[in-house]
Design a protein around this ligand. Structure first.
Ligand code: GLC
Ligand code: CA
Length: 591
């Protein structure tokens, strides 16, 4: 028996029909909605020199070896500053060059105030800053504030049985036999030193967390100190002195390592600390630092490795690296064999196979961008020392399309050394030195300067090198690419130049996505600066694709600034474009 009277079934049916009709109208409406490009923007409050800056990241151990011991050094960087300048970049970020036992490649600092002998001396650092400034380059150092090496004298003192100045500078439980609360279990190490307790690590076991307190100390655990405990305030003052020391030496600012992971929050532990801590006390610390800079070093720039721009920029950083999230991987390294960390599968958008998806990235990005664009910048790094090389089974053409994206997105571009010539990800079977487990080892190999011995990196014998150099016969190198106007190196230079000369490609200019659909190519967006409008059209896939969208801006023709000359038609507000496989175009709208 039918439980529902026929009339109700009919009624529901009609409603459903209207619903479908309505939703399909809505879809049509969305499809045909005209996207407004205003050209409006606000330049965030950053030092003038950084408003439109492009950065180059230097990994000191593998950039250039000036004394033939097999390891890069600060004098080596000085010798290559003219090259760096020739790229057209404005500034450099150098990974840690401080005294360290190098269990995490120098991120495990044992003396904040001293250059590691393998890199040179404090005098060399001073000279490096001065030589960079002579060339109009600015330099950021790596500020590792969230932990030290276990070899640091502060930690050694804190591990003693007696109570001393450093007892509370690290996080120790008060009974080695009693485990910390379950949520922290994997973060504590027991059995080190004379002290009766377990210490908290921030990353590797040898990187004990400095104590910035607990957001909500659990009163059952007396060792959880509040963030304003006097000993913690002392530590914070000391970290400010570290900062002043390098600023006085000539640095122009810093990149803050694991910036979000200072004050602890029981709900956010382990790697989650990179991007998931929203703790106010951590933000307060960085706001304090920003105040310090503004009063003492008003030209200084601060960049965070937080990967949650909404929090980082709220903490007053000028820029946040936004790469520890799935959307970044969706762009460049979604495949398990590409990211090599054992936690991913799928397809990158920037891949010739054309199986990627841009929307996961864009949704995350827009959430952060819309909330932060007036305050500071987002950086989508073009590679770094913690990820596989972008050039991981990619051709120069693939790389060019990636750079057409990377150098036309808003925010501050950072390009990792060697990526400008397309240095490749090297085998995971290579030595995993100094905490460089895959994919890091394959991305930290020596810079390839020429086809000479050790590809021009060092005069040492091959077995003395920090990591082997690329052994491929066709390994890219600077010298060869200098001589070729069409090389990736020279194309990278052109992109950087374009970013500096084209008003609508400035770091702060407006960004408007125009065509970005799930599992679909191409990806098209506008950048605009008042009346200047540029369209960026990207088809990394090997397939011919078409797109059409509607924009508010009226134009008569287009001028190609870089890339391919495409068949672009426009009819009223509708713009249609067809793109061959592996093509891109950056075009200016002519009114
Ligand atoms: C940052 C560094 C990385 C290091 C980690 C812990 O993520 O970029 O290289 O291993 O912090 O120090
Ligand atoms: Ca050296």
């Amino acid at each position: 028996m039918n439980r529902f009277p026929v009339s109700i079934v009919k009624y529901v049916g009609i409603l459903l029909f209207i619903g479908i009709l309505f939703s399909s109208c809505k879809e049509k409406e969305q499809e045909s909605s005209i996207i407004t490009i205003t050209g409006n923007y606000k330049i965030p409050n950053v030092p003038k020199w950084a408003e439109n800056a492009v950065f180059y990241q230097i990994y000191p151990q593998t950039f250039y070896d000036s004394n033939g011991d097999g390891i890069g050094d600060l004098k080596g960087i000085i010798q290559k500053l003219d090259y760096v300048k020739s790229l057209g970049v404005d500034a450099i970020w150098i990974n840690p060059f401080f005294e360290s036992p190098f269990a995490d490649a120098g991120y495990d600092i044992s003396d904040y105030y001293k250059v590691a002998p393998r890199y040179g001396t404090n005098e060399d650092a001073k000279q490096l800053f001065a030589e960079a400034h002579k060339r109009g380059l600015h330099v950021l150092f790596d500020f590792v504030a969230s932990y030290t090496s276990m070899e640091h004298p502060w930690f050694k003192a804190s591990a003693r049985q007696d109570t001393n100045k450093y007892t509370n500078w690290y996080i120790w439980t008060d009974n080695v036999w009693k485990n910390p609360p379950a949520e922290y279990a994997s973060d504590f190490i027991k059995g080190y030193g004379e002290r009766n307790g377990q210490y908290m690590r921030n990353f590797y076991y040898c990187q004990p967390a400095l104590n910035y307190g607990f957001a909500l100390p659990d009163t059952n655990y007396k060792w959880q100190l509040p963030a304003d405990h006097p000993d913690i305030l002392n530590l914070k003052e000391e970290m400010k002195n570290v900062l002043r020391f390098w600023m006085d030496m000539g640095a122009d600012g810093f990149r803050a390592d694991m910036a979000g992971a200072l004050t602890k929050d029981a709900n956010v532990v382990g790697n989650e600390q990179f991007f998931n801590t929203h703790v106010n006390a951590t933000k307060e610390f960085w706001r304090d630092i920003r105040n310090l800079l503004e009063t003492e070093y008003p030209d200084a720039f601060m960049v965070s490795e937080w990967s949650y721009p909404i929090d980082a920029l709220d903490s007053c950083f000028h820029v946040d690296f936004f790469h520890w999230f799935n959307g970044y991987n969706d762009l460049f390294q979604k495949e398990d064999w590409r990211i090599l960390n054992g936690f991913s599968e799928g397809h990158s958008f920037f891949d010739i196979e054309g199986k990627g998806n841009i929307t996961e990235f864009l949704t995350n990005y827009m959430e952060q961008y819309n909330a932060t664009k007036d305050k500071g910048y987002i950086c989508l790094p073009l590679g770094n020392h913690d990820n596989a090389r972008l050039c991981n089974n990619r051709s120069d053409k693939d790389m060019e399309i990636i750079y057409a994206f990377g150098f036309t997105m808003p925010g501050v571009p950072f390009i990792y050394y060697g990526n400008e010539i397309g240095m490749r990800q090297l085998p995971t079977s290579w030595p995993q030195v100094e905490g460089a487990y895959r994919p890091r080892n394959g991305a930290r190999t020596p810079m390839q300067w020429s086809s000479a011995k050790n590809l021009g990196f060092s005069t040492a014998s091959a077995e003395k090198l920090y990591l082997p150099v690329d052994t491929a016969k066709d390994a890219p190198n600077v010298a060869t690419q200098e001589a070729d106007a069409n090389s990736l190196l020279n194309k990278t230079r052109k992109f950087i130049e374009l970013r500096h000369t084209e008003p609508s490609l400035a770091n702060y200019a407006e960004f408007v996505p125009l065509f970005a659909k799930e599992n679909t190519y191409p990806f098209i967006y506008a950048r605009a600066n008042n009346n200047d409008v540029v369209l960026v059209m990207l088809n990394p896939s090997g397939n011919n694709v078409e797109a059409s969208f509607e924009i508010s801006t009226d134009f008569s023709s287009t001028k190609v600034l870089a890339g391919d000359t495409l068949n672009i038609e426009h009819n009223g507000n509708t713009v249609s474009v067809s793109m061959p496989g592996q093509s891109y175009s950056i075009v200016k709208l002519i009114r």
